[in-house]
Design a protein around this ligand. Structure first.
Ligand SMILES: Nc1ncnc2c1ncn2[C@@H]1O[C@H](COP(=O)(O)OP(=O)(O)O)[C@@H](O)[C@H]1O
Ligand SMILES: O=P(O)(O)O[C@H]1O[C@H](CO)[C@@H](O[C@H]2O[C@H](CO)[C@@H](O)[C@H](O)[C@H]2O)[C@H](O)[C@H]1O
Length: 471
């Protein structure tokens, strides 16, 4: 398989973060085998280093399986190769190769450790895990930033694609929250970590985690979208979700350092993100000054910070037999890994889910437009979906503990985070799903219009603000 073909495979993948930028494949470093010598398929991770013109580099994990060349045709095959230790082989995407994924789970269960001249690999489990190599693997097919494989109805392996150095955020959070009744997160069963030499530099990263497979898990986004499309009230679910996020925030606040950020610094950071986004997406230019005005309003505040989810939306929620569960604590895929680890305000997560209710409304309206003769959203549908999102917002905030109205500082901060999230979404959609970009763009227009309307908001200044914001 040529480097060109390999780069093509990487750059088309949903998990590739360099879309829209000029990128090149710098090198590929194979890690030690997860399988024993002589075992077929032979399975290992290989780390692709991707370089950008500004000297930035990113590392992506490829999980590959190899079989002797000349065997039966394999639908997951990516190409052929000649490897020093295996000879002529067919190379496949291991995540689409059940035998390879069984081998990976076996390596975890056996806590395999392996080393080559340039790399080491360690598989780890927690005590009392329920894993066995007999669990049948099944590739999880949804749109994802990483790649997940389900094992029976017991476990899920998530193979991280874009690797950061050091501990992976999702593993770090699942480990910290283990057994905390307030968070009720999925249990961590095991993980795979590696170190490797890339040129003259040494790197370390977590490659995969194995977590409890949540039973009867229904995707929060699909549930909400179905409800909105059918005109069904979702406020009971939204309120329960608010309560679930409150529990996760309380647990995260106690397990990770707390701090604070000045409103000045926050407004600057949001402003920089807006400028970068507007350089990439001209549609943001007409509203950029008004959005900046929303950010500027947080300048007088002091904002308490802590570890947060960082990319909280309905797709990060599962409704299970045991109520709402929150998953995927890796933060926004478009941010650098250092940025994602930074403490932030819990209001970022609240803003994320409010945007998500708006996305469900926008998506339901778009489906109605597609079905209409004139291709326009019927006015009554537009009004009904917006009312649905407003109902979800009020119920979520109630469940989160904000009462019936926000204090003025909360409202200011929340609006800034909502706008910041919508700006992020515009860039995300332009790069990944251009047909969706209208949803965040329309939301920005509405935010700006609401902000310019006099006395648009109602505040409750009788109580102290939640999450401790100080003017
Ligand atoms: N513990 C779990 N149990 C069952 N399904 C899960 C679990 N965690 C995630 N999923 C499913 O896998 C999907 C992707 O998981 P997620 O952690 O969001 O991955 P990614 O980082 O690739 O976005 C989720 O939308 C959900 O449907
Ligand atoms: O789940 P990821 O961490 O990969 O998050 C990224 O992709 C999301 C889309 O799958 C994107 O979410 C946006 O679209 C959702 C509907 O598909 C909507 O519910 C979210 O509110 C909206 O932000 C997310 O922003 C991105 O980081």
């Amino acid at each position: 398989m040529s480097e060109h073909d390999l780069f093509d495979h990487i750059s088309r993948a949903r998990w590739f973060g360099g879309k829209g930028r000029h990128a090149e494949l710098v090198r590929v470093d194979p890690l030690p085998w997860l399988t024993a010598p002589g075992e077929w398929p032979a399975v290992r991770a290989e780390i692709a280093e991707i370089g950008y013109p500004d000297d930035e580099v990113e590392f992506y994990q490829l999980l590959l399986s190899y079989r002797p060349a000349g065997g039966a045709a394999d639908p997951a095959a990516l190409g052929t190769d000649e490897l020093p230790d295996l000879g002529p082989v067919v190379r496949s995407d291991a995540t689409r190769d059940p035998e390879a994924m069984t081998a990976l789970l076996r390596a975890v269960v056996e806590q395999r450790e392996a080393a080559s001249e340039t790399a080491t690999l360690r598989c780890r489990t927690v005590e009392d895990h329920p894993l066995t190599p007999a669990l049948a693997p099944r590739l999880f097919g949804g749109e994802q930033s990483n790649t997940s494989v389900m094992y029976g109805d017991v476990a899920m392996v998530k193979a991280f694609r874009r690797l950061g150095t050091g501990a992976n955020l999702d593993i770090e959070v699942h480990r910290a929250l283990a057994g905390d009744e307030r968070a009720r997160a999925a249990r961590l069963h095991g993980w795979i970590e590696a170190e490797w030499q890339s040129g003259r530099r040494r790197h370390s990263a977590d490659l995969a985690m194995v977590v409890e497979q949540l039973r009867e898990a229904a995707d929060g986004w699909e549930l909400a979208l179905d409800a909105c499309t059918a005109g069904r009230d979702f406020s009971t679910e939204a309120e329960a979700l608010g309560l679930a996020l409150r529990g996760v925030h309380e647990a995260l606040g106690d397990h990770f350092p707390r701090g604070s950020v000045s409103g000045e610094a926050l407004a600057r950071t949001m402003g920089r993100r807006l400028q970068a986004a507007a350089r990439e997406t001209v549609e943001l230019l007409p509203t950029a000054d008004a959005v900046q005005a929303l950010f500027d309003r947080v300048r007088p505040l002091t904002v308490p910070t802590q570890r947060v989810h960082g990319d909280f939306h309905l797709g990060q929620t599962l409704h299970t037999a045991d109520g709402w569960k929150i998953i995927d604590f890796e933060g926004e895929p478009l941010k650098s890994l250092d940025e994602r680890r930074e403490p932030d305000s819990p209001w970022r997560d609240v803003a994320g889910i409010l945007r998500s209710f708006d996305y469900a409304a926008g998506s339901a309206a778009a489906a109605a437009a597609a079905a209409a003769n004139d291709g326009q959203v019927p006015p009554e549908t537009a009004a009904a979906t917006q009312r649905w999102a407003a109902g979800c917002t009020a119920a979520f905030l109630r469940g989160y503990g904000s009462g019936s109205a926000l204090a003025a500082e909360e409202e200011t901060l929340l609006q800034a985070y909502v706008a910041d999230k919508a700006v992020y979404e515009v860039v995300y959609e332009v790069r990944n799903r251009p047909a969706w970009v209208g949803i965040p763009l329309r939301a920005i227009e509405r935010l700006v219009a609401d902000d310019e309307a006099p006395a648009a908001r109602r505040h409750d200044d009788r109580r102290g603000p939640l999450n401790g914001i100080r003017p």
